[in-house]
Ligand binder design. Structure first.
Ligand SMILES: [Fe+2]
Length: 540
């Protein structure tokens, strides 16, 4: 039995589940090259010319009058790509799709899911339109229907209504706060606030973000006034941006902690966290300190909702209990990759000012070149689903180099204050990082503390507050990547590499081999390595 689910909101995505197992998942941006793309005009490999028992589709807010146009859109797209199906299902409960994607892949038999994003489904209860859900708490199990424990909706008209477990209030969720104030601070991404917050401090000039009813997330208007006034001559320079970021990061974390505490007090420690807010890996570490049993959905943004929906539909209609995925290497399988690579002889690069050659290369040599501070892209196998590069579409660098950020920024062009992540061999994790009692973080869900005696050994990935976002890596999870780090460890004593996504500034993660070759022409990267073919394209 085969189920396809499509998310039609921003971060449009496709996921296929076959007999309970996730077999493909990809975001549309990887194909279209438009970041957070919501269009589904051009489909990826692995989807076309297929038959599915069920095709389901969803979006963040499917108003009744929109459903028809969504249905038309999906039907047209499927027909164009020769995709047939027995049953077509529209699913309109956005926060439940986040629940499914976190719960089914957490390993828990029963859990409570906390969902926080910037707005999902609009709910009407007892004929009262309560507005868009922003925060939901559901009790989940495999044997019963999801049980709603709490839902907070956003009301734009100042109403304060509670109907059973539903509450509506003029509120802004922590996810909404990041979205709104990233614009006010002139950033492109909410992650910039998170990165800069580590440079900030408590500042008495900045009011708190939420008022005393902060479980209901009502914005304190004086915070809004101060942040919007910060660029005026009156207050220019008086309050540094990093202190605003600090306030946003801290106050939002504190609100979410209250929800987690409430769940722990009432329902125990099996907690799943999903929704776009939980991409905040600094906050996730604070939640981990409260309860190291929590599971953070690694694809917690809307792209992950197609995973949850596909698993749910397969369970509900085909009775296949969802199998927890054990890898996010879920992209399509491409044919003729080696042949495509070999077609790129140096002659093909003659129109570029930069010169390249294709060379034989092995994992050991790559480790040695990394020790010599070369910036190396690595392309292999199936692409990672979600926002993190985990070794199949990665850029690697020497984390011991104090200038690592500047060097990698020649390719990535990121803001000066945004740190790079690292990957550590699983066996060495606890010697280098403090995971607060958790054994691993294979999907880079947390910015964790670096052990004091190691801080000076990895200055290239150590943030200003001695933290680092990390991926722990076992050999069986990615053999080539493991070998490269292990060889680097033998040469340097450091079982860690800087690991960031294989792309240039503002672009989605590289998907196909053609993308890699385009990137090589346009960036300052020293080399891109293809471990499966033991070849590399090298800049000369
Ligand atoms: Fe969402």
């Amino acid at each position: 039995m085969k189920v396809l689910a499509i998310n039609l909101s921003h971060n449009a995505s496709f996921s296929i589940v076959e007999n309970g197992k996730l077999v493909l998942s990809i975001e549309q941006e990887r194909v279209s090259k438009v970041k957070r793309d919501s269009q589904i005009h051009k489909l990826s490999e692995g989807l076309k010319n297929n038959h599915f028992d069920i095709v389901g589709y969803t979006s963040y807010n499917m108003f009744d009058d929109k459903v028809e146009s969504y249905t038309d859109l999906v039907k047209t797209c499927l027909k164009k790509e020769n995709i047939t199906y027995d049953k077509l299902i529209c699913y309109d409960k956005h926060h439940l799709t986040h629940c499914y994607s976190s719960f089914y892949n957490s390993g828990f038999e029963e859990a409570v899911c906390l969902i926080i994003d910037n707005g999902g489904t609009t709910y009407t209860v007892n004929d009262v339109n309560l507005g868009q859900e922003n925060i939901s708490i559901y009790k989940m199990s495999y044997t019963k229907e999801p049980e709603l424990l709490f839902k907070l909706c956003r009301d734009w008209w100042g109403r304060d209504i509670s109907i059973g477990k539903y509450h509506t209030y003029n509120m802004m969720s922590p996810a909404g706060v990041f979205e709104m104030y990233k614009d006010a601070l002139g950033f492109k991404e909410p992650g910039s606030i998170m990165g800069l917050s580590s440079y900030g401090k408590e500042n008495s000039e900045i009011p708190k973000i939420y008022d005393e009813r902060d479980m209901f997330c009502k914005l304190n208007t004086s915070f809004n006034d101060v942040i919007l006034r910060r660029k005026t001559s009156y207050s220019k320079g008086m309050v540094p941006d990093e202190d605003f970021c600090y306030r946003i990061q801290k106050d939002c974390t504190n609100v979410v902690k209250k929800y987690i505490k409430w769940i722990m007090n009432n329902y125990g420690n099996n907690i799943c966290l999903s929704g776009g807010y939980f991409q905040n890996s600094i906050a996730n570490y604070e939640f981990l300190k409260m309860n190291n049993n929590i599971f953070v959905d690694p694809v917690c943004h809307d792209g992950g909702t197609s995973i949850g929906l596909a698993q749910h539909l397969d369970y509900k209609y085909n009775n296949n209990k969802p199998e927890k995925y054990n890898s996010l290497y879920q992209g399509p399988i491409y044919m003729n990759q080696k042949e495509l690579l070999e077609m790129y002889k140096p002659l093909n690069f003659s129109h570029s000012k930069q010169k390249y050659k294709i060379v034989d290369m092995g994992n050991k040599e790559v480790a040695s070149l990394l020790k010599q501070n070369k910036c190396i892209g690595m392309y292999q196998g199936r692409s990672e689903m979600g926002p993190r590069a985990l070794g199949n579409r990665s850029i690697l660098f020497n984390p011991s180099n104090p200038n690592a950020k500047e060097k990698v920024n020649l390719v990535k062009n990121r803001e000066w204050f945004r740190p790079y992540a690292g990957t550590v061999l699983y066996e060495h994790t606890n010697d280098w990082f403090n995971l607060e009692g958790k054994n691993e973080t294979p999907y880079m869900s947390y910015v964790v503390g670096v052990k004091e005696n190691k801080i000076n050994l990895i200055p290239g990935i150590c943030h200003i507050d001695n933290s680092c976002r990390i991926q722990t890596l076992k050999k069986e999870q990615n053999n080539n990547f493991y070998e490269i780090i292990n060889e680097f460890y033998k040469l340097t004593g450091v079982p860690v590499l800087l690991n960031t996504s294989l792309n240039t500034a503002g672009m989605p993660l590289i998907e196909s081999i053609e993308d890699v070759l385009n990137m090589m022409l346009k960036s300052n990267i020293d080399m891109i390595y293809f471990p499966e073919y033991k070849k590399a394209i090298e800049s000369i």
